[in-house]
Design a protein around this ligand. Structure first.
Ligand code: MTE
Length: 328
């Protein structure tokens, strides 16, 4: 997300970084960097982030851990375009705790996922702390293929594995006072600092939120896996939100706390840049971002981003039949 308003002099605008993320042609990649006037230091930093060749992307993808039994949900078996290559979806990420580029997957391996616990608290009848293994066994895992639309106007299609949020709601029973829910991501400045030192002063930890009726919607999903395996750390292991009708930043990764509250909670990007990132953040081609149009999206694929297939963006990311009534 090109969200960094106060740039250090050495930082590269997102529009210049993006094409290099999945470059097949390393020589052309280097030439472009030099052409962009980058210093030798910036060059080595970027190239050492890895993921620039198809070979390295694919070999990385094969090492993901396996996940337990899951059932494909036939209502969400496919969408109007092919599933994104696993190697791309797992090597082109936004996870600002681990750095400000799309190439954070290696840094994200520092995320300590052992003995993970998720606290569910606030305005609920049964406040509790779930052990991640317990969570995985308690709710039957299903696979859903969803379109994913980032607010930066790139898009992908991912086969997620997880369970609908409404199952967790039924387990903890929010009280009638609960109107919103807030999700908090793991944060430890010692672990996550990586190249994230540029983000000092950001409102960490990463938080996101939903209205309670949005959380209860059929589509709202907790993912624990993708592509038939456990979630890789860079994609938000061991538990993340997936809200397919909203921009991708609504999907907090590596969740440690879920809190039911009465008032609309403060959230990360909305606190940082309220005029650019609203709380609701429904995908809508007719509401431009203050700095770019949302009418179209680029489908994540190999090569430079300008060569990616361009498609019209759909209202609610094409999920109007499930969610339009929430906003009437
Ligand atoms: N969650 C945390 N904790 N930190 C982040 O920086 N980035 C968000 C979202 N969740 C983010 C996060 C944004 S901007 C996007 S587009 C998606 O994660 C990217 O998910 P992906 O890397 O699995 O594609």
């Amino acid at each position: 997300m090109p969200l960094i308003r106060i740039k250090k002099s050495w930082e590269i605008p997102e529009k210049e970084i993006t094409p290099e993320k999945v470059y097949l042609n390393r020589r052309r990649f280097m030439k472009n960097l030099i052409g962009a006037g980058l210093s030798a230091t910036a060059l080595s930093t970027l190239t050492s982030c890895g993921g620039n060749s198809k070979t390295s992307l694919i070999s990385g993808a094969a090492t993901l851990p396996t996940i337990g039994k899951f059932t494909p949900n036939s209502n969400f078996a496919k969408v109007d375009r092919p599933i994104t290559d696993e190697a791309l979806a797992t090597k082109y990420n936004n996870f600002y705790e681990f750095g400000g580029t799309k190439s954070i997957w290696e840094n994200a391996q520092n995320l300590p996922t052992e003995n993970w616990k998720v606290e569910v608290t606030g305005l609920v009848k049964n406040s509790r702390i779930y052990d991640i293994d317990e969570l995985q066994k308690k709710f039957p895992l299903e696979e859903r293929v969803y379109r994913f639309r980032c607010v930066e106007a790139w898009a992908m299609v991912v086969p997620w594995i997880g369970f609908p949020m409404k199952l967790l709601m039924a387990d903890v029973e929010p009280t009638s006072k609960a109107k919103y829910v807030r999700f908090t991501s793991f944060y430890d400045s010692e672990i996550t600092k990586g190249p994230g030192f540029w983000a000092n002063g950001y409102p960490w930890p990463y938080t996101e939120g939903l209205r309670i009726d949005e959380m209860a919607n059929e589509l709202a999903f907790f993912a624990m896996g993708m592509y038939g395996k456990s979630l890789p750390k860079q994609n938000g292991a061991p538990l993340r939100e997936v809200i397919p009708w909203k921009y991708g930043f609504k999907g907090a990764k590596s969740i440690v706390k879920i809190e039911f509250v009465e008032k609309r909670p403060a959230t990360f990007w909305n606190t940082l840049i309220p005029n650019e990132y609203g709380f609701e953040a429904n995908v809508n081609p007719e509401v431009p971002h203050p700095r770019w149009s949302q009418a179209n999206e680029r489908v994540l694929s190999e090569g430079a981003s300008w060569s990616w297939e361009k498609r019209p963006t759909l209202l609610y990311n094409g999920y109007g039949e499930y969610v339009a009534s929430l906003y009437s």
